[in-house]
Write a protein that binds this ligand. Sequence first.
Ligand SMILES: [Fe+2]
Length: 296
Amino acid sequence: MNLIIYGMIICGIVIMVTNIYRFHRFVKGSKDVFSTGSQKETLWEYAALSLLVFFLVGYILVAILGKPDFVIAGILFGGSVFVAIVLSLIFYLIATIKDNAINIAETLISVVDARDPNLRGHSRYVQNVTMALYDHLPQEKKEGINRVSLEFGALMHDVGKLGIPEEILNKPGALDEDEWNIMRNHPRLSVKIMQPLKSLREILPWVEYHHERIDGKGYYGLKEEEIPYASKIIAIADTFSAITMKRSYKPPRSYEEAIAIMKDAAGTQLDKELVDVFISIPKYDLLSCVPEGVEV
Ligand SMILES: [Fe+2]
């Protein structure tokens, strides 16, 4: 009997320690584009973590100081299992909410794609290349940029094109000055579309400044360090996608041509350090970023 009682208590303690570890990892890993980062959110996280630790300490004290019988061991063991189930349910629900948010974003992007045949697959391509570049950055450069947030920002970077008239998006020839001015408004429109979602605040500047140039000749005239680092990463991916994708007004260019053009643009249009990292990415890795159905 004693063996069963102590077996249940030890199993319960192991489950409870695992619960605390899972919760801590979850809280750390959830600081992404879907987190509001508010004081209230942080407070609730600390409260939940403290309660779990309090439960574990109480559990150990009862096991050591008390004379646990079968009922007490059952309550302690059952409590740990209950917490494990509730945590699993919370993690599952949050993952579902995140999935739904991503599906909504993808729906918006497919509307952008549908309105402009030249953009079909471009957002997904930019997202894939952005992540390939991010994964090749040195660790210190990745700090301050959450991977999930960057993935989301790269996917949504051109969502503002929803607000650009189709006759401009699909114009077969070159755009005139007025049309360019309307087109240049798309990063601002992207921000307007995403602004109501509080948790996206962090990525708004990344999206808004993805057409900035290091030499200050971009849409807003920001230069060098004034441009958010994440925007510089997206700009590299955007440029690579634009060069290598087939458009109605131009044939696709090869990987080698794209690299040559980007080397020329390093230090003026694109961040030189980022271009250096970009060209170190194996050719195959970049080519595998092309989404299905996209002609390059
Ligand atoms: Fe853009």
